[in-house]
Design a protein around this ligand. Structure first.
Ligand SMILES: Nc1ncnc2c1ncn2[C@@H]1O[C@H](COP(=O)(O)OP(=O)(O)OP(=O)(O)O)[C@@H](O)[C@H]1O
Ligand SMILES: [K+]
Ligand SMILES: [Mg+2]
Length: 679
């Protein structure tokens, strides 16, 4: 697939090494307070390496200072490398996308209706272009005329062409994709540099990456911890003086670096970037890390029916007459109600009537007032010059309409509509003036595999609600077939928002998936709004995630990634802090044992010498960062299970591991260091 990548290449690693040095720039590093402190320590030990007695006394000698300096430098470089590596994957993805962004010529409609060639980069919002078979769509827009199959593999990686057409929820086209049959007239909806592809590139590249509120909170906490440890280290100075133990500046710095949370400080941003990358690998574009994190905490998921749970190409499959209306009459009235209806539903009615052999004269309807479909009225049709009103729409909407006009509702209307609705179809009633002629059977299919995935969501404790403009009976049938927990029928756009707000007011985090323009406000209101790439521009702009494969259950994968991101960050923070506490117990006894023999009972590690203890702890502190990069990048193991169980399991693994691992690690390093007579 287009934006997926094959893991980490040699090029990415090489570039990351270079970037690790570039990131030594203090102006860059200051954003990471923990690592910035390590860098300051690195500079001081560099000075000490050159002039060991600059602070008045030195008992340790140049070699020790140089050793501390190098280990500290490597510590910062390791942390920089983790971040650069995570960024490198995104940059590689962005490069792949950039190749798609070729400059093309566009045929732009002029004032006189003719078309003139112009470079795609000169296109502005509102321009009208014509794209023929084999040509690349020059920029993002909406089809205003025509129907074409389009190869979107440049963006989605999916090679099967998709049908896009004017009027419905499948009218948006993306610059960089190719028309493979027919032609379309497109109204351009973006200005240069703001296209979907542009946004996609800057997203995967991380150019617009901002720290999430969670990350900011954790960074602040780590900075506070760093300050506290700085204070702790300073209080050691008078204690050491009193005990007549010499604590060199290099030793104090080494101690400080061992105690401050360098592990999580070094890996924090890599964890966030890698989480975003993982989402992209599922062919989902997340506009912010915040959205990915929110996905990890979702309680309720609201889905639109048509085009999200179902494929959404609702096609007329039958015309059913009511009372004593003939088949011919219902077919003709359905046709009349649809000749000017540009929605896919409307066109499918015309198509079916044509198949049934009805001929009509387009001129008959010239000058008629077109009543366009809206989600509010749930009707469409025509008002002819002689005042004849032809309408089709949701059964209850037509019933109301006819009743107001003094008509009577045929006794068998409900029965006919019920049969369709019970089969999961959408019944559209047809009326001319105050007489109902029959119902149109719109067929739609539920996407396969939904039931299993919704069951998984249920196991995670997430409630699914289907929200549709369709009637309650159709909604109930589809809800049952798809396996959602609840459904809301006859929902207007504002009802979808109300449903989301209702859940949010109960303190729940809500995700919404949708594809239509009428879903846009709800997508914006939701904490996580996932738009189908097949959907309209409005939906895609309002959402904070876009699924390039237009699969609503993709949210499940995003939720898993979000949870995994939160868990990984929590696990490595736990590990980092318990690690530091363990180091404290490794070093302090070693330092003071000569003057306080009682500390012998605490000196469980029996390290060779104070110097070797310090250096070993410092080396361990550095190499634990690259050792944990794989977990930071891939994410901690995650299984769908109860949140509390997961938490206690992780605390056990990473908390206990964080205490035990440094004892073993430092002891081994100490044995090597002293065996080699390095100090
Ligand atoms: N072209 C049309 N002409 C007349 N009525 C229509 C037309 N298209 C849909 N309807 C009726 O209006 C109702 C609401 O349509 P709307 O598009 O708002 O919701 P939906 O697509 O059915 O549901 P969802 O919100 O799940 O996508 C439909 O259920 C149908 O009864
Ligand atoms: K540390
Ligand atoms: Mg819809």
């Amino acid at each position: 697939m287009a934006i997926q990548n094959k893991g980490i290449s040699k090029d990415i690693i090489f570039q990351a090494v270079i970037d690790s040095f570039k990131k030594l720039n203090p102006l860059v590093l200051i954003k990471n307070p923990v690592m910035f402190v390590v860098e300051v320590g690195t500079l001081i030990t560099l000075i000490l390496s050159i002039k060991p007695d600059i602070f008045g006394f030195s008992t340790v000698g140049r070699g020790y200072n140089v050793a501390v300096f190098f280990i500290l430098l490597i510590t910062v470089l390791f942390a920089n490398f983790a971040e650069a590596l995570a960024e490198g994957r995104g940059k590689a993805q962005a490069d792949t996308l950039r190749k798609t962004k070729s400059e093309t010529m566009a045929k732009v409609r002029q004032k006189d209706g003719s078309y003139k060639e112009a470079p795609s980069t000169s296109l502005r919002k509102g321009d009208i272009v014509r794209v023929d078979t084999g040509e690349i769509i020059p920029s993002d827009g909406e089809i205003i005329e025509g129907l074409a199959s389009i190869d979107e593999s440049a963006i989605t990686g999916e090679s099967a062409p998709v049908i896009k057409e004017a009027g419905g929820d499948f009218s948006s086209v993306t610059g960089g994709t190719r028309v493979v049959s027919d032609y379309i007239i497109v109204k351009i909806l973006t200005d240069p540099g703001e296209s979907f592809l542009d946004r996609m590139i800057s997203l995967v590249e991380g150019a617009s990456r901002q720290k999430t509120p969670n990350e900011i909170a954790l960074t602040t906490l780590l900075a506070v911890l760093t300050l506290i440890f700085l204070f702790v280290i300073m209080t050691l100075v008078p204690i050491a003086d009193y005990l007549k133990v010499n604590l060199d500046v290099a030793t104090l710095i080494a101690l400080l670096v061992c105690l401050i949370p360098t592990t999580i400080g070094g890996l924090l941003s890599a964890i966030g970037i890698a989480g975003m990358n993982r989402v992209t690998q599922f062919n989902v574009l997340a506009m912010s890390g915040k959205a990915v994190e929110a996905a990890g905490d979702i309680d309720t998921m609201i889905l639109d029916k048509t085009g999200t749970i179902t494929f959404g190409n609702r096609m007329a499959s039958e015309f059913l007459p009511v009372s004593n209306v003939s088949e011919q009459e219902v077919t003709l009235s359905s046709l009349k109600a649809s000749v000017k209806d540009e929605t896919p539903e409307g066109r499918s009615v015309v198509e079916l009537a044509r198949k049934l052999g009805v001929n009509w004269d387009e001129k008959e309807y010239d000058g008629a007032e077109i009543i366009e479909f809206t989600a509010e009225t749930r009707m469409s049709g025509l008002t002819l010059n002689d005042g004849t009103e032809i309408r089709k729409g949701a059964v209850d909407a037509i019933k109301k309409y006819v009743t107001v006009k003094g008509g009577t509702i045929p006794a068998d209307l409900d029965e006919k509509a019920t049969v369709i609705a019970k089969a999961g179809g959408t019944p559209l009633a047809v009326a001319i003036n105050n007489k109902v002629y029959g119902v149109i059977y719109l067929k739609d299919t539920v996407k396969p595999g939904l039931k299993e995935r919704f069951a998984e969501l249920r196991a995670m404790g997430i409630k699914t609600i289907m929200c549709t403009g369709d009637n309650p009976l159709t909604a109930a049938t589809i809800a049952k077939e798809a396996g959602v927990d609840e459904f809301i029928a006859e929902a207007k756009p504002e009802d979808k928002i109300a449903a989301i707000k209702g859940e949010q007011q109960e303190g729940k985090l809500v995700a919404m998936t949708g594809d239509g323009t009428n879903d846009a406000p709800a997508l914006a209101q939701a904490d996580v709004g996932l738009a189908m790439n097949s959907g309209t521009m409005a939906a895609k702009e309002a959402a904070n995630m876009i699924d390039l494969d237009s699969d609503p259950t993709k949210l499940l994968s995003v939720i898993a990634i979000g949870k995994q991101l939160l868990i990984t960050r929590g696990a490595l923070t736990t590990f980092s802090i318990s690690n530091d506490i363990a180091k404290y117990f490794a070093i302090i006894p070693a330092l003071f044992i000569a003057v306080i023999p009682q500390l012998q009972s605490l000196n469980v590690m029996g390290l060779a010498s104070p110097k070797s203890a310090i250096l070993s702890a410092l080396i361990f502190n550095a190499i634990i960062i690259p050792l944990l990069i794989p977990i930071a990048m891939k994410g901690a193991k995650y299984k769908a299970m109860d949140a509390n169980k997961l938490l206690s399991r992780n605390l056990l693994i990473y908390g206990l591991g964080g205490v035990v691992v440094p004892f073993i690690g430092i002891k081994i390093i100490d044995m090597i260091v002293s065996a080699l007579h390095l100090v």
